[in-house]
Design a protein around this ligand. Structure first.
Ligand code: NAD
Length: 455
């Protein structure tokens, strides 16, 4: 029987078991993985659970502390012994030599034992760039190694991620603060060991944290089930009017999703030549505009390349990347898609690290990453952004079909020792779609709990 679309997302049974007193104790004694029950976004819940320690010597750290105070957070500039911390924010925007890392990193290290469950560590720094003197580039890129290693050391659902400031942006630039807020919040529950590049948002950044998509019109492809249905629900919760798209064969479930979120359904095969025009017509006739496009529909047709036939190869390329390229041409040419438009594409960690038996799928998902980077400048003139999410192991109908032993290994092989939920992917997409993320473009953000395989 088809489960109701509003059914609460399930975490795997093992994670549920070791989340309780007895299970936790048993797992500890036997040295088994101890995945935490992650703190997921709840609009009513506090941003973080406990005070935020801001580390860093410069004016940037003071400015970030001021923003956090403005958000009503309990901010510390020095750790107090034995006080449980909800988060540590390290502002490292003035690094000029690796020698300067020692003091802030040791300050972080000495507070790690005081982290609350599901705490957050977020760095704010600058990316190393061509033209940097070697000492500056070394110091800046060292932050990469710190964050990725720390993320692997943290336990109890805590994560470490970083914000990278473009050009001369100040540490408290709106897009940097939006990215910081995303990493602190439960929206980033399954994002670990990753970086977001924050660019100049000009005057476009909006900060409606409660209903960040109020009045925006979104389309989500492949929304009849799985990750797509979760994206549609999350965008609707955040205030968007949502058009859900899927193939006619999935029409009943698509209608269920549309009804649940008070959106509209459009039965459409995205590989049709006129798919982009059909979506624009549908959105424009009902809402007069289209603001957010989420390219989620995707398929797999796995085979080792030695056994790959043309049909398997071609169908994956056509659905997963060629259709997106063609639809984007239609969207970019439309006056209905011109007011700070957003495109978010669903890639995959297979498109970053590669996967045996998935040359076709990995080609299509790596292609998505190439497309996103090349499309960012094309959208900039209209104040638009385009980003990709790259999910790792997500608990869906697709992954439920993987044989038990393989599935169990796949879902534990990340720093958070569990699979993500469709909602975890959806929250990241909702962040990219939000007004506050106006300066955040051209990113590929992995939603994989810091999968230990690949980059
Ligand atoms: P799913 O198979 O459950 O859902 C995909 C939806 O896309 C289905 O409803 C399907 O009918 C629709 N679709 C397929 N072809 C279409 C077409 N031509 N036109 C319109 N709709 C079409 O998949 P999912 O697990 O929810 O995955 C969603 C996206 O996330 C995909 O792009 C997938 O590659 C990606 N992804 C998933 C995982 C995971 O672990 N589940 C991991 C990485 C990436």
């Amino acid at each position: 029987m088809t489960p109701p679309v509003s059914e609460k997302e399930k975490i795997d049974k093992y994670t549920e078991f070791v989340g309780s007193g007895l299970g936790r104790e048993l797992a500890r004694r036997l040295g088994l993985p101890q995945p935490a029950i992650l703190r997921r976004y709840d609009p009513q819940a506090p941003l973080v659970e406990g005070p935020i320690l801001v580390v860093g010597p410069g004016v940037g750290a003071d400015a970030v502390a001021t923003v956090l105070l403005g958000w009503g957070q309990d901010v510390r500039r020095h750790a107090s012994p034995k006080e449980k911390l909800g988060a540590i924010v390290a502002v490292l925007d003035e690094l000029a030599h690796p020698d300067q890392l020692s003091a802030p990193v040791r300050e972080i290290g000495s507070s790690l034992r005081e982290l609350a469950r599901n705490a957050r560590i977020v760095t704010i720094s600058r990316p190393a760039q061509a033209g940097d003197v070697p000492e500056v580039a070394a110091a800046r890129h060292a932050v990469d190694g710190i964050v990725r290693s720390l993320a692997k050391e943290l336990r109890s659902g805590a994560t470490a991620n970083g914000v990278l400031l473009a050009g001369d942006l100040p540490a408290d630039a709106p897009s940097a603060m939006a990215s910081l807020r995303f990493f602190l919040s439960g929206r980033s529950a399954f994002v670990d060991g990753q970086f977001l590049a924050a660019g100049d948002a000009g005057t476009r950044a909006e900060q409606d944290w409660a209903r960040p998509l109020d009045g925006r019109v979104a389309v989500v492809t492949g929304a009849a089930r799985g990750i797509g249905a979760a994206i549609a629900r999350t965008l609707a919760r955040d205030g968007a009017k949502v058009v859900v798209v899927d193939v006619p064969a999935a029409g009943d479930r698509l209608a269920d999703v549309a009804n649940e979120i008070r959106g509209t359904a459009l039965q459409l095969d995205i590989t049709a030549t006129e798919a982009g025009a059909r979506i624009l017509d549908h959105a424009a006739s009902r809402h007069g505009r289209l603001d957010i496009v989420v390219h989620n529909a995707g398929i797999t047709r796995d085979k080792l390349l030695a056994n790959m036939d043309a049909a398997r190869w071609d169908s994956v390329i056509v659905v997963n990347i060629a259709a997106q390229l063609r639809m984007n041409q239609a969207f970019l040419a439309s006056s209905h898609f011109a007011d700070s438009p957003r495109i978010i594409s669903v890639s995959s960690t297979s498109g970053i690290a590669g996967n045996r038996g998935q040359t076709n799928y990995a080609a299509s998902k790596a292609g998505v990453i190439g497309m996103v980077r090349a499309t960012a400048p094309l959208l900039a003139a209209a104040g638009g952004t385009v980003n990709a999410v790259a999910p790792g192991f997500i608990e869906t109908e697709m992954t439920a079909k993987i044989p038990f032993a393989t599935r169990e290994v796949a879902r534990r092989l990340n720093s958070l020792q569990q699979g993500g939920t469709p909602g975890d992917v959806a929250e990241v997409i909702a962040f990219f779609a939000s007004g506050a993320a106006a300066g955040v473009t051209g990113n590929v953000l992995r939603v994989c709990g810091q999968n230990l395989v690949g980059q």
